[in-house]
Design a protein around this ligand. Structure first.
Ligand SMILES: [Zn+2]
Length: 146
């Protein structure tokens, strides 16, 4: 059993996201040094970040899949409200008191981190989940509070 490094990360959010997406495609992969980086971010540089390890026999396929995942993620980063690409990935606390994030959670059911992964738009100051296709009701929308 030999594994090699497919990619490296300086944060565990992207690392976990990519690992889960590859695993959904049947790729045998895991994260190395994840705990070290999470516990002490200052060590990240020293140890070279979180490594996404993939089994040698699946590396070619995993490389293609990862490229697709990354490209798709870029497309999805456009703000659904204003179309801006000035958007940052944030790790938001569960705002289940907020009815529209509750809907997101419902629509994305089964995706464990869905309610916590959000993007923040620096142009219109709105937050949204990464799935752009979800239709956001604007009537009574707390997102329009601004
Ligand atoms: Zn925006």
């Amino acid at each position: 059993m030999s594994y090699s490094i497919l990619n490296t990360y300086d944060n565990y959010i992207d690392a976990n996201l990519h690992m889960m997406q590859l695993q959904e495609e049947g790729i045998n992969c895991w994260l190395k040094d994840e705990n070290t980086v999470t516990i002490d971010p200052l060590l990240t540089n020293a140890i070279g970040g979180i490594k996404l390890m993939v089994h040698e026999t699946q590396k070619d396929r995993a490389t293609d899949l990862l490229r697709t995942i990354v490209n798709k993620a870029k497309e999805n980063r456009a703000c659904p409200y204003c179309g801006s690409l000035n958007v940052e990935y944030i790790f938001s606390n569960r705002k289940t008191s907020n009815w529209f994030s509750a809907i997101f959670t419902y629509l994305l059911g089964g995706y464990a981190l869905a309610s916590e992964k959000m993007y923040h738009c620096f142009d219109c100051e709105k937050e949204f989940a990464e799935v752009k296709e979800v239709v956001i009701p604007t009537k009574e929308g707390s997102a329009d509070a601004l």
